[in-house]
Design a protein around this ligand. Sequence first.
Ligand code: NAD
Ligand code: MG
Length: 376
Amino acid sequence: MQKGVAVLGSTGSIGTTALRVIARHKDRFRVVALTAHSNGELLRQQVREFGPEYVGLVNCEEEQADGWRRGAECLVEAATRSGVDIVLNAIVGAAGLDATIAALAAGKRVALANKETLVVGGELVTRAAAEGRGEIVPVDSEHSAILQCIAGRDRSEIRRVILTASGGPFRGWSEERLASATVADALQHPTWTMGRKITIDSATLANKALEVIEAHFLFGLPYDSIEVVVHPQSVVHSLVEFVDGSVVAQMSVPSMELPVLYALTHPERVSDSGVPPFDPVALSPMTFEPVAYENFPALKLGIDAGRRGGAAPAVFNAANEQAVALFLAGSIQFADIASSIGSALNKLGGLASGSMQDLLDADMKARRHVLESFEC
Ligand code: NAD
Ligand code: MG
């Protein structure tokens, strides 16, 4: 039987990848709902190709076709529709949180690319999944790798997980050189083509901090059991060490099509993933090196925020989102991203986090703090 899929953020990098994957597996999946923030033109093309029952465009100012829903409410509506079995959440940022929670509470599978969801509201999200019998399957390549490595194993058998990081475009750069890094430099990712926000997060390594927190909530692992290593080739997507010292890794040519497909079919594997054949010789050498924490302070700030818990991860995420937007707009320097995150955490990291309202409050205050510190 075909499964119904809602693709949230269908016009983005992961969203378009997901539609390519679904187009190759029309026997298994049908697109029931599509949403985007903007780019109504691309959305219209996707609607013509996939014929969804439901279409939502968040940005009300854009021209749109008849019958489309407008405004942010479309995200939860799409995520909870009755014909939807799987919600592929490919929204960028904290804006994806409500839809994830609503989908899980309605008992859906959430194929989660939107890692910010787990960083901002990890506890609320895992609770919604438990209460609503929903299921989160990661799309992020590192977490997909871990899921594949631990299949069939008990949590008690895991000693630690090692997340790989490409190191981003600034691997090996000195502090002085980093001080003058431009937006164009930061957007040159060596191994992945992605949306602009995650590309900047990969340059500051804030992305890896988001992923450490994501791993903590997805797999119920303590922070002491989650490590990061730089692996510039992005072929080994992550490693799991078991209690007997055996290490299992998952590898493939870098491509998001494989983790997207696996998130849709898990625990099954199906052919036609779109990934080229694996040639270990051609992909060699595969190397590993330590993270230069001193040059990429956002990574430690984020991991510390994860360990601190409460509202700190939400503050980390919101400050980062705001600072990245300012950097992309040319208003602040590269190094200002990490320093403004640090300042927001110092001031607001201890805020309450018991409810959704608390988290939204912390998110809003952190954004405002970053804006005010640059007098924007
Ligand atoms: P993107 O910027 O290319 O696409 C984002 C999508 O979300 C677009 O369709 C956009 O219209 C929509 N969107 C943006 N703001 C929105 C809002 N406020 N409300 C509703 N929709 C909104 O981003 P991306 O690179 O596809 O990344 C999406 C998510 O996947 C991010 O959380 C990112 O960290 C994660 N991720 C991406 C990759 C990748 O290879 N691109 C890999 C792993 C994880
Ligand atoms: Mg990743």
